[in-house]
Design a protein around this ligand. Sequence first.
Ligand code: BGC
Length: 805
Amino acid sequence: MNGWKLVYEEFTPQQEALREALCTLGNGYFASRGAAPESSAGGIHYPGTYIAGCYNRLQTQIAGETIENESLVNAPNWLALTFRIEDGDWFDVGNVNVLSYHQELDIKKAILTRTIRFCDPDGRHTRVDQRRLVSIEHPHLAALETSIHAEDWSGSIEVRSALDGQVVNAGVERYRDLNKRHLNSGTAESIADDTFWLEVETSQSRIRIVQAATTRLWRGEQCITPAPAVDQAEGYIAHHYQTRLDPQQPLRIEKIVALYTSRDHAISESGLEARKSVSEAAAFDALASRHIMVWKQLWQRFDFDIEHDDPEEEEKTERTLRLHILHLIQTTSPHVMDLDVGVPARGLHGEAYRGHIFWDELFVFPLFNLRMPEITRALLCYRYRRLNEARRAAQAAGYRGALYPWQSGSNGREESQRLHLNPKSGNWIPDNSRLQRHINAAMVYNIWQYYQVTRDMEFLSFYGAEMILEIARFWSSFTSYNDESKRYEILNVMGPDEYHDAYPHDRRPGLNNNAYTNLMMVWVLLRALELRDILPSQRFSELCQTLNLSKEEFAHWDEVSRRMIIPFHKDEHDNDIISQFEGYEKLTEFDWQDYRKKYGDIQRLDRILEADDDTPNRYKVSKQADVLMLFYLFSSEELGELFAHLGYPFEYETIPRNIDYYLKRTSHGSTLSRVVNSWVLARSNRPGAWPLFAEALDSDVADIQGGTTSEGIHTGAMAGTVDLIQRCFTGIETRGDVLWLNPSLPEGLSSLTLTIRYRQHVLGFHITPSRVRISTEPCAEKPIKIGIVTDVNEFQPGEVREFQL
Ligand code: BGC
């Protein structure tokens, strides 16, 4: 192991699904799980290939209802390749006596290798070396190289290379009762000794997916591909090659695959492009060296360097953070700049949450904003294209403006499921999570952050502003005035904490005045109002005209922004606590000790309680940060301003007091929770932040939720941990026209080096506990303002300056 490699030294069937997710390779256009090429879906393996934005809808009868779900489709398995010796069994790592096993994900090169030595039932010893990549240079290409060494035998060998479109979406056990066959089979054809192709079509969205493969057999420098036997069935095609093997020379098999769909740009027809592309593709080594070169360029933008007093801790942290960066880029690489896709909460790495896009973007975008903001821009355009659908949703619900869905997929319709299965009780339960209207605030936050970092006025004026104004309009129509409190309020919503979707004993879902939602709404209205001063006046009047926005409407937004209610209650020391929602104080305290004793792992308390015929709605328990999200998104200065604007008191102590109150009432049932909590704690106690940060880092590599990572990585938690290094420990904030820096390294961390982009400038930071060195690269841009702790300095391009902290 080193800071760039994820290594497994044995084959562990129980760990395989997790490793498949962690060893996924992808390029933003598509990704394939790190499944064994010889495997098919079953109890141990789950080969999955997912194409960004390739969704399909299926209906199922459940609990007497017809429900429709849209899923990111599991595309045909292009990896499929195995062999057999002398008519024996097809090779499968699970069915042989494994003598040694080594699997390695090279994080720097995005290449996965596997070496297995085994002994078969006839006592023959064989070694298999495999390498694979999903090209980051050519988004449509992937390659697998297999070398087979006969150590002590000679004989015949048969190689089977297939494209398997008989796959279904069966990667998540909880969805087993739902229809899962998304692909209809189309043409499959062998067109040369080394080439065959397969076409399938998604059943409802009618996306044609085509894979074309070349399989070439090599002995040394000599290509020896024999004429194959073709094996064909509905949605499946394979070439079988017979040859001989002896200890003198290994057999090398190269499989190169091209993948296209009918959604692609710049194509005539997907089958034609796939065949053309695979016929023109370079061999494995040449593909690999270009792939490594592009990754090297990406790492120059995304890497960082830390020095920790404990070298082991340093290596582990760097490795995990780089693994996170790798998976984030593999999900949303520069190739998404040309695609109509969002960031699925679970990457392109598995089928959890059906590949849907949630508010998790809020945790992902800051990383890209400061490294490659063009990616954020493309992902924000995914939302802009669905603005009309959001308008329709607002209207259908009886409101104005735009209401974005909690879960989004193909066309921006609400994709949240209506029922979900509690695997603990076997019950199908109504899913009210779509009441998380706060997603609309997250969208504005994302646009605003992107704009603060880039000052991309074209984006803001042509896309961002329209979304912000329509969302502000939704919020103002969603509020009502309460004559008693003389304040505005927001009723019937859910906050980020998914454990609370209703008041106890109330059959109707929804809660009133979720503090997070209400405050975010105020912030949104303020940003919408600020647009008047920021946008070029001509564009602003165009927007007012097209959206029919009047002075009175702006005046109303201003009024609501000053008079929104924020609920408070007292803690055990009689201090004011921001209430998660109105009435929170009436809930029962939860017996954490008792439940921990009884159940051990109580991260998913919702499932435990429901199985006990109880509900978290009765208790002061949170799945994840809710009120605490405010301290994650805003600095104390910003919060102070927001509370003052509303006429509520806010003092610095409000932050630690609320952290203390809610943290002990949180079960961390979402991986986002640990990121937020590490962040808020780190902000108030940065020297002591390391242990919590280290815990958040483990979310996926150690699968701390016990089984969720195998169904897909957690993009929010992965990006959030990188962002802890990037923005939290450095204290980077982009506010007004200033890039603020307020470094405070956790104990043990002796230096932090990173390169970011800010308003077209490339900035290098080298931070130690006592000093910060800032360099700006020469460029033709205007000077920028960098604030160090409290002092604002102007930086010209091409400067290096050092500051004492
Ligand atoms: C969390 C949500 C999150 C979703 C997708 C849920 O478990 O509660 O906040 O958006 O997962 O990651």
